[in-house]
Ligand binder design. Structure first.
Ligand SMILES: NC(=O)c1ccc[n+]([C@@H]2O[C@H](COP(=O)([O-])OP(=O)(O)OC[C@H]3O[C@@H](n4cnc5c(N)ncnc54)[C@H](OP(=O)(O)O)[C@@H]3O)[C@@H](O)[C@H]2O)c1
Length: 330
């Protein structure tokens, strides 16, 4: 498995990461043992970087990841996140954010317990808390690192200013933000900031929450618990309009014998050597398909074509509902 470095502090991970959110958060919890097996099969296939969060479930997702990875703990890196206002005892989520130092410390104790581990390899703040200065958040994580409970610090969906303020107190290994062929806003300000400061990027939803794989079209129906029912970009009309991007990816893939999912991941891998795409799947054959992206070498001509043809395709609708977008990029 190819490896990539995130940040300057020595965090090295497999070039693709597995997101565990789909095992009980974005959609209804599937068969638990099946998901535990899938996570372990991912390790067998060389993935060593796994992503969860306190708020996924809460707290079933971390428990599931802990159950799967405890026997393999020394072979893997586990990333989790704090920052939503989740009651650390009951798991009741009050809706908003909370990065008060005391709340961070309680969240970390809970995560360590559920993950059945003595250290979190990468601890992200899930969303910026406008009521807590970034310096206080970074200072709290710095202390947790000093205590050995956390190895590396990350932010999720933070804007350039927050990244700079946090990084000045405790160097950041990685930013986790949505970035893909149909969500390119980070290119404006965030990616140049990461490059300047030597911070890695872990793009979530690299497959456009499934859309860029070409297996979803305007007639696809999601089950009632599926989060995508609430996203305008997944309305049948938007899916129909945005199909042009999938068509482009498919044409490029055909030259390499690659699927659209593989091209979407290979495109991210080709952007920067410090990008580690974070995909999610609940199926082993898709996991294997996605790992195939590591063997797809897009040429300069392919990348130019994606750039020029892609720039003529207008992506319809926002990536998240309005109230969720407001929390991003603070
Ligand atoms: N920091 C944050 O705020 C944040 C937000 C969202 C996500 N995340 C993290 O990022 C991870 C990935 O996010 P995501 O699930 O939105 O990403 P994604 O990889 O873009 O999309 C996952 C979706 O694509 C489908 N899929 C995966 N591979 C496929 C393939 N080869 N062919 C067809 N369909 C395929 C999956 O379906 P099946 O499961 O049915 O295979 C699932 O519905 C999450 O698990 C989570 O850890 C973080």
């Amino acid at each position: 498995m190819q490896k990539r470095k995130l940040g300057d502090g020595g965090l090295e991970v497999s070039a693709l990461a597995l997101g565990c959110m789909g095992y009980g958060k974005a959609r209804e919890i599937p068969d638990r043992q099946e998901m535990v097996d899938l996570i372990q099969q991912a390790v067998e296939r060389g993935i060593d970087f796994f992503d969860t969060a306190e708020v996924y479930g809460p707290f079933t997702n971390e428990e599931m990841v802990g159950q799967a990875l405890a026997p393999l703990r020394d072979q893997v890196k586990i990333a989790t996140k704090f920052g939503w206002d989740v009651n650390p005892d009951t798991g009741v989520h009050h809706g908003g954010v909370n990065s008060e130092p005391e709340h961070i410390r309680a969240a970390v104790e809970g995560s360590l317990r559920r993950l059945k581990t003595d250290r979190i390899d990468l601890l992200y703040q899930h969303r910026v808390d406008p009521d807590v200065p970034m310096e206080d958040v970074a200072g709290t994580v710095k202390e947790l690192i000093r205590q050995g409970k956390v190895r590396f610090f990350g932010l999720s969906e933070a804007g350039a200013e927050s990244i700079r303020r946090a990084h000045a107190v405790q160097p950041i290994a990685a930013l986790q933000s949505e970035y893909s062929l149909w969500t390119r806003e980070p290119e404006n300000e965030v990616i140049p900031t990461l490059e300047e400061l030597g911070i890695g990027l872990v793009p979530f939803s690299p497959l456009g929450k499934g859309f860029l794989t070409g297996k979803i079209d305007e007639s696809t129906r999601f089950d009632s618990s599926d989060f995508r029912n609430r996203i305008h970009r997944f309305s049948p009309e938007a899916r129909k309009a945005n199909q042009a991007l999938v068509d482009l990816v498919r044409v490029v893939g055909e030259r390499h014998g690659a699927t659209p999912a593989q091209v979407a991941l290979a495109w991210l891998l080709a952007r920067k050597p410090w990008i580690v795409p974070l995909f999610g799947t609940r199926k082993l054959d898709r996991l294997e398909e996605n790992l195939g992206a590591l063997s797809v070498a897009l040429t300069a001509d392919d990348l130019d074509e994606i750039e020029s043809a892609g720039s003529t395709i207008r992506i319809e609708c926002a990536r998240y509902p309005e109230e969720m977008l407001r929390r991003s990029s603070l």
